[in-house]
Design a protein around this ligand. Structure first.
Ligand SMILES: [Zn+2]
Length: 451
């Protein structure tokens, strides 16, 4: 290379004379025949006999020019052109007798392609990208190896977490209900953020009680508190205030306001309606910081569990998780990040990425970057095993197609059976819409938390 560089220097120093010489040389090559190829394509660099005979130049300079020509195909633009064209030029017949639509669109009218929509493109891309870490274990050893690999990948996908700060709590409000007390507290989950939490404690607890972290969805925290419900009135099975419902049945519950909702909202989402929400802002900023909205929101819930562990009335070995809709999305991931979650109730979400988030116009906060590259939703919930899981799905919930939920449940049954605990995976697929159901929750809690 040093020799070539030296010759290039000499060549450049030749000024206009050498440039004229080069032009004449190129004219000479073109005159050798209609099929002349640019340097680097076809037959290789020109031979000395291609040099026009009527150019009388010093032998050394002619040799330098020749070397210059030989150097270009190795690293110059002509080489790139040759490389980019090489696949078609090697495989396609000579275009002299056939129309070449890539080069000459005027020779034949083409039919307009039909695959111009992004949905078509994404379906094709997903078809060609099967999850790398889908569960297919046939032995405990294979399952354990898969669990380690997929959990590691999911923790990576969920993104960077904030720095942990010492747990600090501010008790702001206390409100008495007939069977429980509801506190409004703020928990410092990171250096510059305090998460608002409703903390419901049943009256007259005689022993440490199980606690349930309850995560709300895309209508904000208010419907989940059931504040307007009158005591003694008949409660429908399908009701969103499950935090209150569990407190009425002797469970301590904690309802964090999910980051970006209600009083924590920043820039209002364009489609947010009357409820304050900033999912778009949360998603953009967390992704820009190498985090994810789900990971960051799970972080807050993990700090809520830190708080629950400090409370005398809570049995920290029996901490469960309940989430509906957007809260269900977080309930997919929190048990992966936090093994202190001993039981999961997952509503209005379990189906498949492919036919839910990927196939419809969901909120952007449900997008966990790259997750479909590694696993499907049934694989994610398989990471909850062997902990008990109750899947709650309305069969008319269009955002979580029931056919995919049933298919995913079959995989989970195989996972739990392999682990010897088939009774720990259950489903309440009820005849209804996108909603929480208490059709099986108390029975499920009693079965696994002994209460
Ligand atoms: Zn959202």
């Amino acid at each position: 290379m040093a020799g070539v560089e030296r010759l290039e220097t000499v060549f450049e120093s030749g000024g206009n004379v050498m440039r004229v010489l080069l032009v004449l040389l190129l004219i000479g090559f073109a005159g050798c025949g209609g099929n002349a190829s640019p340097p680097g394509e076809g037959e290789g660099p020109p031979t000395p006999r291609d040099t026009p005979a009527n150019i009388d130049e010093p032998t050394v300079e002619a040799a330098e020019a020749d070397l210059k020509q030989k150097a270009v195909p190795k690293s110059g633009p002509a080489s790139e052109v040759a490389t980019s064209k090489s696949p078609s030029s090697q495989s396609e017949p000579d275009s002299g007798s056939q129309p070449d639509s890539n080069r000459d669109p005027s020779t034949a009218a083409s039919e307009k392609p039909t695959q111009t929509g992004v949905e078509t493109s994404f379906r094709g891309l997903a078809d060609s990208t099967p999850p790398e870490l889908a569960w297919k274990a046939t032995t405990i050893e294979e399952h354990n190896a898969w669990h380690t690999a997929f959990q590691t990948k999911m923790i990576e996908v969920l993104g960077r977490m904030p720095d942990r700060v010492p747990l600090k709590v501010k008790w702001i409000e206390k409100k008495q209900f007939e069977t429980f007390t509801r506190h409004k507290i703020y928990i410092q989950t990171e250096r510059t953020y305090w998460c608002p939490v409703y903390f419901l404690v049943p009256h007259e607890l005689k022993e440490r009680a199980p606690a349930i972290v309850c995560l709300h969805g895309h209508d904000g925290v208010v419907p989940y508190l059931g504040e307007g419900r009158k005591s003694g009135e008949p409660r429908p099975v399908l009701a969103r205030d499950f935090a209150r419902f569990f407190a009425e049945h002797g469970y301590v519950t904690a309802v964090p306001i999910v980051r970006g909702w209600n009083e924590t909202a920043g820039y209002q989402d364009p489609q947010g309606g009357s409820v304050k929400r900033s999912c778009q802002h949360v998603t953009m900023n967390s992704v820009l910081l190498g985090m994810s909205p789900a990971g960051l929101r799970c972080w807050d819930a993990m700090r809520v569990i830190d708080f629950l562990e400090t409370q005398d009335m809570v049995d920290s070995k029996r901490i469960g998780l309940a989430g509906l809709s957007g809260g269900g999305t977080l309930s997919l991931y929190l048990p992966i990040l936090d093994q202190r979650v001993k039981l999961v109730m997952l509503a209005g979400i379990f189906s498949s990425y492919r036919n839910s988030f990927f196939a419809m116009n969901h909120c952007i906060c449900n997008c966990l970057p790259g997750v479909m590259q590694y696993g499907e939703m049934s694989d994610v919930v398989s990471l909850h095993a062997p902990r008990p899981v109750l899947l709650i799905n309305g069969m008319r919930d269009e955002s979580a197609p029931i056919a995919d939920a049933r298919q995913g449940l079959e995989q989970l049954k195989r996972v739990y059976t392999l682990l010897g605990v088939p009774e720990r995976i259950e489903a309440d697929f009820f005849d209804g819409p996108h909603e929480w159901s208490n059709g099986k929750t108390l029975e499920f809690l009693a079965k696994h938390f002994g209460k």
